[in-house]
Each structure stands twice: as structure tokens, then as C-alpha cells.
Write a protein that binds this ligand. Structure first.
Ligand code: SOE
Length: 381
């Protein structure tokens, strides 16, 4: 029987527009999803750019005003792939129009905007999710399964880093296409909202809520030319951020992120230490999960490197054959597959806006703590 179509309207055709379009195209080839995603329309401000994007990815139509896209009766879901300063306005309009919403991370520039977005989707009762894609890398999902099975026992420590090096040059401007992440008015914050948000989302998922934080941030390059005004302007974002935290389960957290770690492009790592066992993961080797179990027999006890490609491992039964790995792009395919299953079952798919708002609240607390040089309690919704 032919599947019912699910018409997607994507807003934004940058890096994430590509990652999500690729996921919509592939998902039904690999997963028995209940609906067939249709690339109905893509929207961006410049007609030439959006037309070229639509041709490359196979979209049926283009729009240059997101409001028109949101109003269209032939669109079931709105995917927000635009810079952070537009997330709230688009999400509120999409919720009011009764569309399902998939929003790129972070949910918003801050938790005040996030709260309005959560209220809007809850009021409108529309399906919603935020693209914290790293949860759905099979090795990360496996980490969650091992923790749920109690393999680690009581957890003592959670440690995460997200290191990059692309903004070291003081000549790099801020603002505009490709560089809006350096513009506080657009991004909301620097590495805290862009990179630590990923680490916090994964941490909350694996280890539960964060109760309190103490943080420090630094802006190494204080002024940069702004691409939109042409003037040298103050830099408002955090270039680097480190924080300590206490989780609700009593464990201690240590998080670090920077765009000034020469040699590192996207080194996202986490390590969790429990009473019986420890887990370690590294985005540069994303198909492996390292695991140490103290209860192993003494002579061969040691860190094992699990190649997460066997059929019984999360999501892997849908891809190639054991031993052959998948990569970054597949985490987005998995998120679409889970979202469509959730839609059919009428069940929310994590992380929902409400769950992503918890990450937003930790980010706000981190920035507040860095400013006040004090521990900050994280509001628990
Ligand atoms: C920043 O360089 C960035 O692209 C983030 O915005 C993404 O969320 C992260 O996954 C990779 O790095």
C-alpha cells in the first residue's frame, strides 16, 4: 500500500539545510517509515540561491519569504534551518498554522525565547523536535542503553569537551552568511549555545538533569569588523567556556568548549565514570564506543573499543552489513525516522522543544555564572 506523503518545507539552505534535505531524501530507502517525506518547498531570501538549492536537492518549489511557506496548505512540517535569531518567530508562526516543527539547535538564543516557543507548540499541540543530532549516532545511543541497563552502576563523573579552532584569526569578520555564529545579536552566545549546547543535551539524556553550575568564559578577540555594517565592532560572544556542575543524581560534571584549540576541528568527546564501568566516546571516531568494566576477569581486564556496526546495535540493522560503519549524516536520517514513527504513534520524539529548553536553561545559567563569578542554580522547568 502506498504511504501517505509528508510534505516538508525547509527554511534555510546552508550547512543544516543540506544535512536535513539529505536525511529526508534517504530515510525511506533505509527505514520502514510510516510516511513518505516529500521535499515540497525550500525557502531562502535570495531567489538565485534557493532555486539552485532546490534543483540540486529535488525540491518541488521555492519561496523567498518564510511567511508564505508557513501559510501554505500543502505543507505538513516546517524545518527551521536558519540562524538562531529567527527560530522563535518562525516557530511561533508555524505552530499557529498547525504545522509540525523541526528546529535546528539551539532551540533559541536564550531560555526566555525558548519558553515562548515551548508554550506555542504546547498550546497548538503540534509535533516538535530540536535537531540535537549527536544523540542518534549509534555509539552514543548504545552508551545510553548501557547506562539504562545499569552497567555503570552509580555514576560519579561526567566529562565533556567540544573543541574547534576556526576563529583564531583576528582578521576574521563577524556577522553575515557563514559568520553569524560570531555575532551575539544573531547567535545569542558563542561556544556555549553553539557547541556546549550539544554536550549539555547529550549529558542530560545520558545522566539526567543538571542542578547547579559555576563557569568562566573568555572572549579572546575583543573587536572584529562586522560584515553587515563594515565597521569594527565589539565582539559579544564567548570564544571559550568552561564550567563545573552538579547533576541531580549526585555526580559531578566538567565541561569545556573553545574555538581556539589549534588543531581541533570538531573534537566532541565525553567520558562517564561509574562505580562498575566507564564509557568514552569521540566524534572523530564516532562509530566506536570505548568501555571499561571493572568486573571483567583480571588478566584481560582493560578498555575495549566496541566497533558499533553489528545488527543488534542501535540503528545498525538498517544499514550495511556488520563491520561496515556509518557517519555524521546518518544521525540526521535517524532523527527523521524516529520523528515519523512518533508522528504515526502520536508520541513526542525527543528532544522536544520542552526538553531542549532544559539545555537552554543550563546555557543561561552558565553564562550568568561566568558573568557574576558565582554558582547558579538551574531552574528545573
Ligand atoms: C559550528 O562550527 C558547528 O557547525 C555547530 O554549529 C554544529 O552544531 C556542530 O555540530 C558542528 O559545529
Amino acid at each position: 500500500m502506498a504511504k501517505k506523503n509528508w510534505n516538508v518545507g525547509v527554511i534555510g539552505c546552508g550547512f543544516m539545510g543540506r544535512a536535513h534535505s539529505n536525511a529526508y531524501r534517504k530515510v525511506a530507502n533505509f527505514f520502514d517509515v510510516p510516511f513518505q517525506p516529500v521535499l515540497k518547498a525550500v525557502c531562502a531570501r535570495t531567489r538565485a540561491d534557493v532555486t539552485a538549492f532546490a534543483e540540486r536537492w529535488g525540491y518541488e518549489s521555492v519561496e523567498t519569504d518564510w511567511r508564505r511557506l508557513v501559510e501554505r496548505k500543502d505543507i505538513d512540517a516546517i524545518d527551521i534551518c536558519t540562524p538562531n535569531d529567527t527560530h522563535k518567530e518562525i516557530a511561533l508562526a508555524a505552530a499557529a498554522a498547525g504545522k509540525a516543527i523541526l528546529c535546528e539547535k539551539p532551540l533559541a538564543r536564550d531560555s526566555k525565547e525558548g519558553a515562548e516557543m515551548v508554550a506555542a507548540v504546547e498550546r497548538a499541540k503540534v509535533a516538535n523536535t530540536v535537531w540535537y543530532n549527536y544523540r542518534r549516532i549509534p555509539a552514543v545511543t548504545l552508551a545510553r542503553q548501557l547506562i539504562e541497563q545499569g552497567r555503570l552502576g552509580r555514576i560519579f563523573h561526567y566529562r565533556a569537551q567540544f573543541l574547534q579552532d576556526w576563529t583564531i584569526s583576528a582578521e576574521l569578520p563577524q556577522g553575515g552568511t557563514g559568520l553569524w555564529r560570531l555575532d551575539k545579536a544573531v547567535a545569542g552566545s558563542g561556544v556555549t549555545g553553539d557547541l556546549l549546547a550539544h554536550c549539555i543535551d547529550t549529558a542530560i539524556w545520558l545522566n539526567g538533569g543538571i542542578d547547579s553550575v559555576t563557569a568562566m568564559t573568555e572572549t579572546f578577540v575583543k573587536e572584529r569588523k562586522h560584515n553587515l555594517t563594515g565597521k569594527v565592532e565589539k565582539v559579544g560572544i564567548d570564544d571559550a567556556c568552561a564550567f563545573l556542575c552538579r547533576f541531580g543524581n549526585g555526580s559531578l560534571g566538567l565541561f569545556e568548549s573553545t574555538r581556539y584549540a589549534r588543531g581541533h576541528k570538531a573534537l566532541y568527546t565525553f567520558e562517564i565514570n561509574g562505580e562498575h564501568a566507564s564509557i568514552r566516546w569521540d566524534l572523530h571516531d564516532l562509530h566506536r564506543l570505548e568501555f571499561f568494566d571493572h568486573r571483567d576477569e583480571g588478566l584481560t581486564r582493560g578498555w575495549r573499543s566496541i566497533h558499533v556496526t553489528d545488527r543488534e546495535m542501535p540503528y545498525m540493522g538498517r544499514w550495511w552489513v556488520p563491520g561496515l560503519q556509518i557517519g555524521y549524516e546518518h544521525s540526521f536520517v535517524h532523527q527523521v525516522a524516529d520523528f515519523l514513527e512518533g508522528l504515526a504513534a502520536g508520541k513526542p520524539v525527543a528532544p522536544t522543544f520542552a526538553q531542549a529548553q532544559l539545555t537552554q536553561q543550563v546555557c543561561d545559567a552558565v553564562l550568568q555564572s561566568a558573568q557574576n563569578r558565582q554558582w547558579v542554580e538551574v531552574p528545573q522547568r
